[in-house]
Design a protein around this ligand. Structure first.
Ligand SMILES: [Zn+2]
Length: 336
């Protein structure tokens, strides 16, 4: 199995000994349907069993929860509606997740009450939710995880249109992406944390590379002060991009999503300090028993250029916010 590895290192102009945080991030997690039946038969943790040591081994572990966990609501009009039992929320904590995004196109599959129940079910287990909440302000709220003396901030956006459940000032909703909201919220969050990460659920399913809209949102986040963008939704791994010295991982693909092992998936293994982001992306093996895992043999972990073509920067705007406040002098190294 192919393993992809890319190392991005951003060094401070005046590096100092600093606290470090190990961050792990994975893509889409869907606990309904065939995955739910598998967990009922083999145990809740079964899909996560082979990755649990890795997920728990990180200081902060992020994933995209691509379903609702609720007994409420009715399916909204769309092709696929994913809903799992609320009792399964605890598996995210047990598997090792610290924070999950619900800003995606399935957390709203059973309407507003089911969405809010999902957020509450997950947070009750001790896992933080970003990108959804009781109203628009809650959905767009910066979530901060303090670990090893570092404040790691997360914002999350759904970058697909149209919104099937509209944002509301008074009712449960998701955080929808717009250039204006990303620019404003990222800029506001930047000075409140040591490292700012933006989760972006966007792009085209199955597409080998990012769409212009996906790139616009991601690059807007970096321009406004984000230190890294973690993307998902296409169900396949897409090439990453260094943009103004900051990594954009356009799509980590699937993590626990189907029992067919379809699509592809990758994991980010990053070390964060106040002055640096050092991240590598490792291709995961997706199996037909829904147990993603790291490649096993040393040979299979040899990285390849395939899938890591650096995309040429997109000129997003005139006079956009430049990421100059956190003065990093980027040094990019790629190991192939
Ligand atoms: Zn999606």
């Amino acid at each position: 199995m192919t393993c992809l590895l890319c190392v991005i290192q951003l060094l401070a102009v005046h590096p100092v000994a600093a606290q470090t945080v190990r961050l792990c991030a994975v893509g889409d997690i869907m606990l309904a349907g065939e995955i739910e039946r598998l967990m009922t038969k083999k145990g809740l943790l079964y899909p996560f069993a082979r990755m649990q040591p890795v997920l728990k081994g990180a200081d902060v572990t992020f994933g995209n929860l691509e379903c609702c966990l609720s007994t409420q609501g009715k399916p909204i009009p769309k092709q696929f509606n994913f809903r799992a039992d609320p009792s399964e929320a605890v598996v995210l904590k047990q598997a090792g997740f610290t924070i999950v995004s619900c800003a995606n196109n399935h957390a709203w599959d059973y309407g507003r009450d089911a969405l809010l129940e999902t957020v509450q079910d997950v947070e009750r287990t001790g896992v933080v939710v970003v990108g959804a909440g009781a109203n628009r302000a809650a959905a767009h709220r910066l979530r901060v995880i303090t670990k090893n003396g570092l404040k790691i901030g997360f914002l999350a956006y759904l970058g697909l249109i149209p919104a099937l459940v509209a944002e509301s000032e008074t009712e449960p909703c998701l955080s929808m992406a717009s250039v204006e909201s990303i620019r404003r919220e990222v800029a506001s969050a930047h000075d409140r944390v040591d490292v700012l990460i933006v989760s972006l659920h966007a792009g085209q399913e199955g597409a080998p590379s990012a769409t212009p809209r996906q790139r616009l949102f991601a690059q807007t986040a970096i321009d406004a002060g984000a230190d890294m963008v973690i993307g998902h939704h296409p169900h396949v791994v897409q090439p990453m991009e260094m943009y103004h010295g900051k990594p954009i991982f356009y799509s980590l693909g699937n993590f626990v999503f189907s029992v067919s092992g379809r699509g592809s998936g990758a994991m980010i293994d990053a070390t964060l300090t106040r002055h640096s982001v050092h991240a590598k992306m490792i291709r995961l093996v997706l199996t037909d028993n829904a147990q993603p895992h790291l490649p096993e043999s040393k040979h299979s972990r040899q990285p390849t250029r395939k899938g890591f073509r650096s995309q040429s920067p997109l000129s997003v705007r005139e006079g956009g916010l430049r990421n100059s406040r956190r003065r990093l002098q980027p040094h990019v190294s790629e190991e192939f």
